[in-house]
Design a protein around this ligand. Structure first.
Ligand code: SF4
Ligand code: SF4
Length: 136
């Protein structure tokens, strides 16, 4: 019987190391995300923006704490259920479809990503995730 093709959950498992939450990554937050995070934290959206966001170009990003981690990193993501789309979608991002080499580059700083699978499998998994397919 042919083996089941690898899915997104087979090529990426977050190890919760927090490495991607450190450094200036520019985690963009849109209006809906700001509302959701503020609601989760039970604070006003205005306060969330003033206290926990910074402006990057014309957009808002989550601020960094003094230790260079995202302000919401506390050994784990303190806003996990409502974390921004960028955090939720990692590492299944359009940039990988544009240039498959990006997967290997990203994997250099993310121990949860497998690099021992063929490019075609990676592309297929990324495309499936981006198309909203929930099949793993
Ligand atoms: S760097 Fe990768 S494995 Fe570590 S927390 Fe981020 S997504 Fe998870
Ligand atoms: S919101 Fe959570 S997952 Fe995203 S960078 Fe901050 S701590 Fe990391």
């Amino acid at each position: 019987m042919p083996s089941k093709p690898l899915g997104p959950a087979d090529i990426f498992r977050c190890k919760k190391c927090g490495d991607c939450c450190k450094g200036y990554g520019g985690t963009y937050v849109g209006e809906k995300e700001i509302k959701a995070i503020a609601k989760f934290l039970k604070i006003e959206s205005r306060r969330l923006v003033d206290q926990y966001c910074r402006v990057s170009g014309s957009r808002l990003v989550l601020a960094q704490a003094e230790n260079q981690y995202c302000v919401f990193w506390d050994g784990t993501c303190a806003i996990h259920p409502v974390k921004p789309h960028m955090c939720k979608s990692w590492p299944f991002i359009p940039g990988v479809l544009i240039d498959i080499k990006n997967w290997q580059v990203m994997a250099g700083s993310c121990p949860g990503m497998r690099i021992d699978v063929p490019d075609e499998v990676i592309k297929d998994c990324v495309a499936r995730r981006l198309s909203g397919s929930q099949s793993e």
